[in-house]
Design a protein around this ligand. Structure first.
Ligand code: CP
Length: 303
């Protein structure tokens, strides 16, 4: 199972393991202060900016009674003096029992897991994968829909560079979904993910218009255009405001539909949506604490 294993891609886990995490996350939601991590040290290494992932991991560790070491930017580490990534990870893996790491380079988490003597949790590697976000998304979908099976999911925005939608697509593919991909032409879902769906017989549609294509959705999952992944900022300027979800557009959508967003939001969801009961993104961020408590406890073999 998960014990002592790194979590690099959502495909590292089975469907049964997703459900085990959801079950333990629900236990932590009911009782969030369980001192299971007494005498444990967790390293939190963020080579790229973060609010929710870093702080919800650190909240999870504190609530479990563990201690955190780490950094929120690498400029304060000896990498600024020329130390290699290899030596940084090798050293920290001798201090901590577990490493949570975000890095801008795709594949960096997998590489770190080959160096480290303790498990690595990938907190986002470039535009590749964000598996713990995916697990908190599954928890949020399960909580709001009562099931993960046979749902219609609209994935909106930057489907090319958005790592959260890549992880979510792979995980939800275990549950017979239908996907509507809504993006500008330049930010379409990469072919490799569409091939993945084809290989599993999963249905998907691609659209450029937002409003008419969310009406029969169970989940509308909105994403930010990932400015930091564009090599040409003029290209970013062309698409940065392409979708703005407004409260009025939610008229006629299913009663139980929920709007999710991994956050941070720039302007792709108007603040007039925030007070609509269908808006779920801040609860989703809170769910990150319970889900990450579950992931840590299961990897360390404490549940
Ligand atoms: N969802 C997410 O990864 O948010 P942060 O970048 O703030 O961690």
């Amino acid at each position: 199972m998960m014990k002592n294993k790194s979590l690099i891609s959502i495909s590292d886990y089975t469907k049964e393991e997703y459900f085990r995490i959801l079950e333990v996350a629900a236990e932590f939601e009911k009782n969030p202060n369980q001192k299971l991590l007494d005498n444990y040290v967790v390293a939190s290494l963020f080579f790229e900016p973060s609010t929710r992932t870093r702080l919800s991991f650190e909240t999870a560790i504190q609530r479990l009674g563990g201690r955190v070491i780490g950094f929120s930017e690498a400029t304060n580490t000896s990498q600024a003096k020329g130390e290699s990534f290899n030596d940084t990870i090798m050293t920290i893996s001798k201090y901590a029992d577990l490493i949570v790491m975000r890095h801008p380079i795709e594949g960096s988490a997998r590489y770190a897991s080959e160096i480290s003597r303790v498990p690595i949790i990938n907190a986002g590697d470039g535009s590749n994968q964000h598996p713990t976000q995916c697990l908190l998304d599954l928890y949020s979908i399960y909580k709001t829909q009562g099931t993960l099976e046979n749902l219609k999911l609209c994935l909106v925005g930057d489907l090319k560079y958005g790592r959260t939608v890549h992880s979510l697509l792979m995980a939800m593919s275990e549950f017979n979904p239908t996907f509507n991909f809504i993006s500008p032409a330049s930010l379409r879902m990469p072919q490799e993910y569409k091939d993945y769906l084809d290989s599993k017989g999963i249905k998907y549609n691609e659209y450029e218009e937002l409003e008419p294509n969310i009406k029969d959705a169970d989940i509308v999952y909105v994403t930010r255009v990932q400015r930091e992944r564009f090599s040409d900022l003029l290209e970013y300027e062309k698409v940065k405001n392409v979708y703005v979800l407004k409260n009025k557009m939610l008229e006629g959508t299913k009663d139980n539909m929920r709007v999710l967003h991994p956050l941070p939001r720039v302007n792709e969801i108007d603040t007039d949506v925030d007070s609509n009961p269908k808006a779920y993104y801040f609860e989703q961020a809170e769910n990150g604490v319970y889900t990450r408590m579950a992931i840590i406890a299961l990897i360390l073999g404490l549940k």
